[in-house]
Design a protein around this ligand. Structure first.
Ligand code: C2E
Ligand code: MG
Ligand code: MG
Length: 583
């Protein structure tokens, strides 16, 4: 006989946990019983009393109150039966039955027929409470079945997500150590595609059956709870293990349970699954995290596609998960034309429009916009940034070329180009083509590069930048001061503009030395023959300081946030109008 708690016991416990029975607490039972007892005693006394009392000037015989008191008794037994289950019913039944001979004795002894109606009333009450009791049994059965269905997965008959969440909640509340394993059957989608959903379902059911049997057998030394989440995904909770090695042995047994072939529609199928696990509270201490972490480990098993199908969560998996997720989003955004651009205006210190910086934006499949701070670093890591740059470059140049032609303004379009993109052999051709197709003049185009270019491959970068300069395209050095800056390299760069990073502007007014630092960058920029623009200017005080220390341009929320193309066109139209008036 197994000494383990089988799954269905867990289900029942979960059911109790999810919807505790309607039975009232014991003090309600005692209170109703005491009221009943007291009321029935007083009923008998009043029924046999010959006394008369005066009420509002009327003489009322005391036995007239017996009816009211007997109703109180009946209400008590009805409440006892309805709310106190079996205990309430049998107590009521016993009390009502015992009352009958007592009433008869009092009628016979007292030669007083006043109480005889109490016998009939008790008989009726017995019928009423018995009817209520049996009705309640039936209703409870239906309710139990509904509750059971609510926590059971219809396909496999295993506990479902709701049940496992309740159990996890409970374990976490009690701070009980456990391991949460996310299991995913491999290639279930292929199976569905090739053999049909029926076959896929049969595999899901059979895997669930094998694991349920295992969880209820003595083969594992731990207490296990297996549930089906959806499709080919299951969750296993392992409890009562002495060491992680012991829990791992249990997981290995679950993996082994799939080893014998699955015979579906006369086909022998060899099914495997990926197992990712995390331990509470060592790896995570909230329900959400423990599930996320075991799922992340399971995905990593799938991604690695190695022969080892079991993996424990480690923190670096989360970063990897995030990268993989964002990479997927970038690929789908590129495919579905969901990369677009915003234009942030740049101004000189007298608030005249210098031009715009094109900033990449990405629309997720649900319509939300993802910021470049989130997806550009991933695009750089996975080698997609040149594709993203190229889309933003092409689209913004098309828009800009048309707008400047329409309004006749001579302003600049700055585009961010990653080092990887710049180093591509055909980059100069790409720029050339974009200039030709968009109709922008070369001097109206500015390529923003970061200082990191100086570390990666100075000679190749210089060759490319010189090529751009020859074309007449301007060069801006973005985020200046945040990376590795070498004055000697800077000196060799035919750059036009230094962009001081927002982090310096943020703290510029906080100390004298910070302000002097920004002033020094501006001076160096000027000595090297560059214009200087400050990024991220948000406050009036920053603007004043920048004027004082001779900054040439600003880009920041104070005068303009990144705009959608139609708003940018509106700004261009307005500036063109102002220029005409001034002329
Ligand atoms: P960045 O090139 O330095 O762009 C300036 C960033 O500062 C933009 O953020 C802009 O919205 C933000 N900004 C400007 N003024 C203010 C201000 O006053 N306050 C605040 N809080 N922020 C301000 P965004 O659009 O999120 O871009 C972040 C970075 O993503 C960019 O920094 C750039 O490095 C990169 N990026 C954007 N578009 C592209 C692209 O098309 N290609 C590549 N390779 N990188 C891009
Ligand atoms: Mg930039
Ligand atoms: Mg910048």
């Amino acid at each position: 006989m197994s000494n383990k708690t089988p799954n269905n016991k867990y289900i029942n416990r979960t059911l109790d946990h999810l919807s505790p029975s309607n039975e009232m607490p014991i003090w309600v039972f005692i209170m109703l019983f005491v009221i009943y007892f007291a009321a029935s005693r007083v009923t008998r006394l009043t029924a046999s009393s010959q006394a008369v009392i005066s009420l509002a000037g009327y003489a009322v015989p005391v036995f007239a109150f017996a009816g009211v008191l007997s109703s109180v008794c009946n209400i008590c037994v009805i409440l006892l039966t309805t709310f106190c289950g079996k205990k309430g019913y049998f107590t009521s039944l016993a009390a009502l039955t015992l009352q009958i001979p007592l009433i008869i004795i009092s009628v016979v002894k007292g030669h007083n027929l006043n109480s005889i109606s109490g016998v009939f009333s008790n008989f009726l009450a017995i019928i009423a409470v018995t009817t209520i009791f049996f009705y309640n049994i039936k209703a409870n059965k239906i309710q139990m079945e509904l509750r059971r269905q609510a926590v059971t997965d219809a396909l496999t008959g295993l506990p479902n997500t709701y049940a496992i969440t309740a159990l996890l909640d409970d374990l976490i509340k009690r701070r009980e150590k456990f391991i949460n394993v996310t299991i995913n059957l491999n290639n279930i989608k292929n199976l569905n595609d090739t053999m049909g959903f029926e076959a896929g379902n049969m595999v899901i059911i059979e895997a669930g059956r094998r694991w349920k049997e295992l969880s209820e057998s003595d083969s594992t030394r731990t207490h296990d709870f297996i549930s089906h989440l959806s499709g080919g995904e299951y969750a296993l909770i392992i409890r009562d293990y002495h060491s992680c090695e012991e829990a791992l042995d249990t997981i290995r047994l679950y993996e082994k349970a799939l080893h014998s072939c699955f015979t579906i529609n006369d086909c022998d199928l060899f099914i495997t699954a990926s197992f990712g696990y995390a331990e509470f509270p060592t790896d995570a201490d909230t329900l959400n995290l423990i599930c996320t972490y075991s799922t992340a480990a399971m995905h990593e098993v799938k991604r690695k596609n190695s022969s080892d199908h079991i993996l424990r969560f480690t923190p670096d998996l989360i970063k990897m998960e995030h990268t993989i997720e964002i990479e997927g989003k970038i690929r789908s955004a590129l495919e579905n034309d969901n990369i677009f651009f915003n234009l942030q205006p740049q101004f000189d210190m007298s608030h005249n429009l210098r031009g715009f910086e094109a900033l990449a934006r990405m629309r997720d499949s649900d319509g939300t916009v993802i910021s470049p701070g989130e997806f550009i670093p991933v695009a750089e890591k996975v080698g997609l940034v040149d594709k993203v740059d190229a889309v933003v470059f092409r689209k913004s140049a098309e828009f800009f070329g048309e707008a400047v032609r329409k309004y006749g303004l001579d302003i600049t379009l700055s585009v961010n180009i990653s080092v990887r993109h710049l180093m591509k052999n055909d980059f100069l051709d790409e720029v050339h083509n974009i200039i030709r197709l968009s109709g922008i003049e070369a001097h109206q185009l500015e390529i923003e590069i970061t200082e990191s270019i100086m570390i990666e491959s100075v000679d190749k970068a210089l060759q490319c930048i010189n090529g751009l300069a020859k074309m007449g395209v301007k060069i801006a050095i973005d985020d200046f001061g945040t990376g590795y800056s070498s004055l000697s390299y800077l000196h060799r760069f035919p750059a036009n503009l230094l962009k001081i990073d927002k982090s310096f502007i943020d703290k510029m007014n906080m100390s004298k030395s910070s302000k002097e630092y920004v002033a020094a960058i501006i001076s160096i920029g000027h000595i090297l023959g560059f214009g200087v623009i400050s990024e991220g200017v948000e406050e009036e005080a920053q603007l004043e300081t920048l004027k004082e220390i001779n900054c040439d341009y600003i880009q920041g929320f104070i005068w303009g946030r990144p705009l959608m193309p139609d708003a940018a066109e509106e700004l261009i139209r307005k500036c063109a109008g102002d220029t005409e008036q001034n002329v």
